[in-house]
Design a protein around this ligand. Structure first.
Ligand code: ADP
Length: 349
């Protein structure tokens, strides 16, 4: 009885009706002792034809009325309004047709439900992270101010020092707000990239020079290794790529070891240039690699050191690279070092 169409149902019922009518007529003729096989044949075929069309019309009307309602309901509840409502095809297996629609609708609903649940937990986590990040500098500022108000202001040994520390906390809050602002702009797509032909080797050289003092504090040697034998022209937003390189290089210094080394390398990859920022610092455990580019994600080591970063640096880096329709990757081994590599599209010569 699987996959019954209205025609199949009508045929089965009318066969039953025609057989019953023929049997009744047969017995009537039998008792009146005048059995005519031709008349029995005519009774069978005419009752089969009449009941077949009668039942077919009735069934189709019934199914059409009932199923159309369900169909309409499903389609009106469908989240994707682009799913145009297909008409019911009564010559096909109507029940399977509708059950497919219901299963499909249920699947889409579940997916949407999961998406909303993820968004909700993501929102909660995000608000929690922001307030957690703001708590530390705010409590620090409050602590310094209270000490100053309780007489520290007139103590020459601490007053300037405490004001400087409070100011450092304010700077940390500003950095966090600025990073959040960039992230929300990148995510909402309100930042337009200013794509221009830039020489990525020259740009990197300038950035390395500007970070020399910071690197010297930790005795870290910053270097550039250019394996390309022609100028490395890429199409990119210079300010945004500067931010990417600064974030990666500052991290390599922050999480690098005293007396270590950071090298930026360039490779020719057909349509793209591959840029690698490699350090020989503390490295990152494999288990963190997948989530490292998420907002506020820090490794236990990164957290323990309290590097003063916002925890948004790599997330901003990934957003910027993806806005350029390129990718960023990480290779890292604990206590050996980390290499972040990304590509940029070559500019036409
Ligand atoms: P943060 O402000 O904490 O530096 P990031 O998003 O820039 O935030 O980096 C996220 C985490 O990734 C860091 O807290 C650190 O644990 C880890 N990390 C980033 N770069 C490196 C690196 N070069 N070496 C080791 N760990 C790194």
């Amino acid at each position: 009885m699987k996959n019954l169409t209205p025609k199949g149902i009508a045929l089965r019922i009318s066969l039953f009706v025609a057989t019953t009518v023929t049997i009744i007529v047969f017995f009537a003729e039998f008792f009146s002792e005048s059995i005519h096989f031709l008349s029995l044949f005519l009774v069978f075929t005419s009752s089969l034809i009449i009941s077949y069309f009668g039942f077919l019309i009735a069934i189709e009307q019934f199914i059409y009325k009932k199923i159309k309602l369900i169909y309409r309901l499903i389609h009106s509840l469908k989240l994707n309004k682009d799913d145009a409502m297909s008409d019911i095809n009564l010559s096909k297996d109507i029940i399977s047709q509708v059950s497919h629609e219901v299963i499909d609708w249920d699947k889409k609903n579940k997916m949407e439900f999961e998406r909303l649940k993820d968004m909700e937990s993501f929102r909660r986590e995000f608000v929690g992270n922001v307030s957690h990040e703001l708590k530390t500098p705010i409590f620090n500022i409050q602590g310094y101010l209270l000490t100053l108000m309780e007489g520290g202001l007139y103590d020459e040994k601490i007053n300037m020092d405490y004001l400087a520390k409070a100011n450092k906390s304010v700077e940390r809050m500003i950095a966090l707000i600025e990073d959040l602002d960039i992230i929300s702009k990148l995510e909402s797509g309100t930042i337009e990239l200013d794509l221009k032909k830039i020489n990525i080797v020259d740009l990197t050289q300038e950035i390395l020079s500007s970070l020399e003092i910071k690197a010297n504090d930790k005795n870290i040697k910053l270097g550039l290794h250019n394996t390309l034998n022609k100028p490395a022209w890429v199409m990119a937003d210079a300010d945004k790529i500067t931010q990417v390189l600064v974030n990666l290089l500052v991290n390599s210094i922050k999480y690098g070891k005293e007396g270590g080394e950071t090298t930026v390398r360039f490779y020719d990859m057909d349509e793209n240039i591959l840029i690698e920022v490699a350090d020989n610092g503390q490295g990152i455990e494999e288990k963190h690699h997948k989530r490292l580019f998420e907002r506020f994600y820090r490794t236990d080591r990164g957290r323990a050191r309290d590097s003063g970063g916002t925890g948004l640096g790599l997330s901003i880096v990934k957003h910027i690279i993806e806005a350029h329709h390129q990718t960023i990757n990480l290779r890292s081994t604990v206590d050996v070092g980390s290499t972040f590599s990304f590509t940029l599209k070559k500019a036409k010569q």
